[in-house]
Design a binder for this molecule. Structure first.
Ligand code: NAD
Length: 480
């Protein structure tokens, strides 16, 4: 049994109550680790530690903070395999995917080390010659970082990177399903010499720790990634203390496949983005709209390629997909499939637990393609967050746009066409914060990433991800 502690004021500690959370390996449905379960008193200690550390950390030059972050990035790189192993055990994603994520976490720290050195102000001319206006940026203060389990390190690294580079200190509330790999990541940050209290990490219930963070006058910013439902709770929790809030929330990502596109490339993208991480990605493809002229061709190839995906315990075998992270995820996936089938959809592939003894205990499910779906079905309206995708034909581009925009979400969209004018038109008409054309990776670290509509507001990635932690000050100077 693995036992891990949480970090408060530079010390690895149990919860004051000594309460614990059990961590399950979803490939077997069995507990394999325990971590502390923090309560109010632990959260308050972490907030006070972050507050105490803020003055010194925020006074360092961005170059000095950057040096810590670069060092932390190196330490993460040195521990890649060990951290990735924990991630596969707690989250289920195959080991090679976990290694990729830990690597990304290390790169994010390095990117923000550099971006922090590029926080530029502005000088603005005034009417009188002896007066000028300066715009400077200053760190907001203690930031709370709340992140989910699907990308336990990447989503935390965006927050820690942006916050630390801008001079803020952090209280991170880690996901209860996957606390181990983020704790190991934070250990690396600590090993890089980041002073006590600059980063604190709590493991515990969100609905208990959340309000302590929201009601605290010390915490000045909440960076939240999670479901739209919880995002609304977070936002309303921050009203009384008028905190700056950024919300990276759920999505229902449309893919539009036009008749002129390279169908093989589109199919390869659809397989990867619909089923990678068992569809537990905020920008997983949930809905595919295909020009009716290539609908059957697309589906045939999509099914052929999906059949090739291998499923297993990603620590023991080299597979494409692992189990889902939670049993609740399987239930939602099944519910959406049953709903679609009852309303006329057909299962083109998948739809059940894979056959075989090795799948008996774990949270395994086949990647599932539903064809001939419509917008009365849950799969086309709600976020499944599972390995299921609905496919339907469209006749005109205007119809495709209408369907793509017909959900409450607006996180990202994918378009496949070789017609540049059409790509440009679609990318403007589709209501989403991120649009990928002829590729399926809508996010890169140095460009802003954020949602529209019920997918939230605020940004991570890029300089925008840094300005979320900075306050603007206008200084008007007369030179005497
Ligand atoms: P969730 O909303 O249930 O939980 C997210 C985090 O919030 C967890 O750490 C949880 O403990 C905490 N939490 C829960 N209740 C809380 C409360 N009342 N106050 C404060 N914190 C609370 O989401 P999840 O199931 O862990 O993650 C899946 C969701 O995250 C999906 O909807 C997915 O689309 C979304 N997501 C969005 C992005 C993005 O960048 N937009 C990225 C990844 C995941």
């Amino acid at each position: 049994m693995i036992k891990e502690l949480m970090l408060i004021n530079g010390e690895w500690v149990e919860a004051e109550s000594n309460d614990k959370i059990e961590v399950i390996n979803p490939a077997y449905g069995k507990v394999f680790a325990i971590v502390p379960k923090a309560h109010k008193e632990d959260a308050e200690k972490a907030i006070n530690a972050a507050n105490k550390a803020f003055e010194k950390w925020s006074s360092l030059s961005p170059f000095k903070r950057g040096a810590y972050l670069r060092k932390a990035s190196e330490v993460v790189f040195k521990n890649l395999d060990e951290i990735a192993k924990l991630m596969t055990q707690e989250q289920g994603k195959p080991f090679k995917e976990a290694v990729g994520e830990v690597e990304k976490g290390a790169k994010i720290l390095k990117y923000y080390a550099e971006e922090g050195e590029r926080i530029y102000g502005r000088i603005i001319a005034n009417e009188e010659e002896d007066i000028e206006s300066r715009v400077i940026y200053q760190p907001i203060g203690v930031a709370a970082a709340i992140s989910p389990w699907n990308y336990p390190i990447e989503l935390l690294a965006w927050k820690i990177g942006g916050a630390l580079a801008s001079g803020c200190t952090v209280v991170a509330k880690l996901p209860s399903e996957t606390p181990l790999s983020p704790l190991a990541f934070i250990r690396c940050v600590q090993e890089a010499g980041v002073p006590a209290g600059v980063v604190n990490a709590l493991t515990g219930s969100g609905s208990e720790i959340g309000p302590v963070l929201f009601n605290s006058k010390i915490v000045k910013k909440v960076a939240f990634t999670g479901s739209t439902e919880t995002g609304k709770v977070v936002l309303s929790g921050c009203v009384d203390t008028l905190k700056k809030v950024s919300l990276e929330l759920g999505g229902s990502l449309p893919m539009v496949v036009c008749k002129d596109c390279n169908l093989d490339v589109a199919v390869a993208g659809a397989v990867r983005r619909s089923f990678r991480n068992m569809g537990q990605i905020c920008i997983a493809i949930n809905r595919i709209y295909v020009d009716e002229l290539v609908y059957e061709d697309f589906l045939k190839k999509f099914v052929e390629q999906t059949k090739k995906l291998t499923i297993g315990d990603g620590l023991k075998e080299d597979c494409d997909l692992g189990p889902m992270c939670t049993i609740g995820g399987i239930e939602t996936t099944k519910k959406h499939i049953e709903d679609a089938v009852s309303k006329g959809a057909k299962i083109a592939f998948g739809g059940k637990k894979p056959a075989g003894e090795k799948y008996n205990e774990g949270y395994f499910f086949e990647p599932t393609i539903l064809r001939d779906v419509n917008h009365n079905m849950l799969v086309m309206q709600e976020e499944t967050f599972g390995p299921v995708v609905g496919v339907m034909p469209f006749k005109t581009i205007e119809e495709a746009i209408k369907l793509a925009n017909d959900t409450v979400y607006g996180l990202a969209a994918i378009i496949f066409t070789e017609n540049l004018s059409l790509a440009n038109y679609l990318s403007k008409k589709i209501q989403a914060g991120n649009v990928a054309i002829n590729n399926v990776d809508a996010g890169v670290i140095n460009a802003p990433y954020g949602g529209w509509k019920d997918s939230g507001f605020g940004h991570e990635h890029g300089p925008e991800g840094l300005y979320e932690y900075l306050l603007i000050k206008h200084v008007r100077v007369r030179y005497l």
